[in-house]
Design a protein around this ligand. Structure first.
Ligand code: HEM
Length: 260
């Protein structure tokens, strides 16, 4: 049989995966499922693109990294905008099926945690929310030990003449990114002397700002949907989420802006 649109995209499988749990059916549960599935697909693509960015940076391919940062930045903007769709779900409509979620929560998304870890926001204690023995747990545990985009960025900066301190080159990879003044001075010098690198740094800042914007929009979504209720994942809800608000993944790029 020749390839078709449906067979290439495995549409029969894809379109059989939206299975609401409410009985009798609640109209808005379909939106809730499809929105989350769409996010999981975007996470999958973001991981794929960030891996390419790591390889580009480690091999000093500036234009490759610029092209792909433009892409991940643009996908991030779409991810932020998609929150608008979920905000058409009213608190009452969400309550009508929220119990059906039991203890399931975005909190347990292994791809989201991989995304954070790959970007260097490593919180080892988050691993306990992944079910042991599942492929998700294995992937998150592997990402925790692997170098992040920021580690790849250090390699790139070395190609550009920045002497990365040994403390960063030999760091424990399972720890989160920390700002570093030597790196910041190096980036500052490059901003002033190499305009093509400025393009990369600004795209990285755009992406970082986009991710922070996603966190803010998600918190507001949560606040308007459930207020001060606890999360289905067992956290305090909004209070827990606020801890990561305004957390940059590329802190060195933000630390120098008043000097530019
Ligand atoms: C009505 C819609 C939503 C509500 C009420 C909601 C609620 C929450 C709450 C309360 C938490 C804190 C953890 C917990 O105890 O459950 C959380 C975490 C999370 N949610 Fe949502 N959420 C919604 C939509 C979404 C969407 C569309 C996504 C997209 C994937 C998402 C992804 C996440 C992620 C990744 C976390 C973990 C964040 C972190 O660890 O910093 N949520 N959500």
């Amino acid at each position: 049989m020749s390839l078709t649109y449906a067979s290439y995209l495995h549409l029969d499988e894809l379109l059989s995966l939206q299975q609401p749990r409410s009985d009798p059916p609640e109209h808005d549960e379909t939106l809730f499922i499809i929105a989350h599935q769409a996010y999981e697909l975007w996470f999958k693509l973001q991981l794929h693109e960030l891996e390419k960015i790591c390889a580009d940076l480690r091999n000093n391919r500036l234009y490759g990294a610029i092209g792909t940062f433009k892409r991940v930045r643009t996908i991030m903007k779409v991810m932020v905008e998609q929150i608008d769709i979920l905000e058409t779900l009213t608190p009452m409509s969400f309550s009508s099926f929220r119990d059906r979620l039991e203890t399931a929560s975005g909190f347990q998304s292994s791809q989201f945690r991989e995304f954070e870890f790959l970007l260097g926001y490593k919180r080892a204690d988050m691993l306990r929310f992944q079910e042991p023995g599942t492929p998700g747990h294995e992937r998150v545990a592997r990402r925790l030990r692997e170098p992040s985009v920021v580690d790849a960025f250090y390699v790139f900066l070395e190609y550009q003449g920045v002497a990365i301190p040994a403390i960063l080159r030999q760091r424990d990879l399972a720890l989160p990114t920390e700002p570093n003044e030597v790196v910041e001075d190096g980036i500052l010098r490059l901003y002033r002397t190499k305009p093509d690198l400025e393009i990369l740094f600004e795209l990285m800042t755009d992406f970082d700002e986009g991710f922070q914007e996603w966190r803010y929009r998600h918190i507001k979504l949560v606040e308007r949907s459930i207020g001060s209720k606890k999360g289905t994942g067992g956290s305090l809800g909004v209070e827990f989420l606020k801890k990561s608000l305004f957390h940059p993944v590329f802190p060195d790029l933000w630390a120098i802006r008043h000097k530019l």
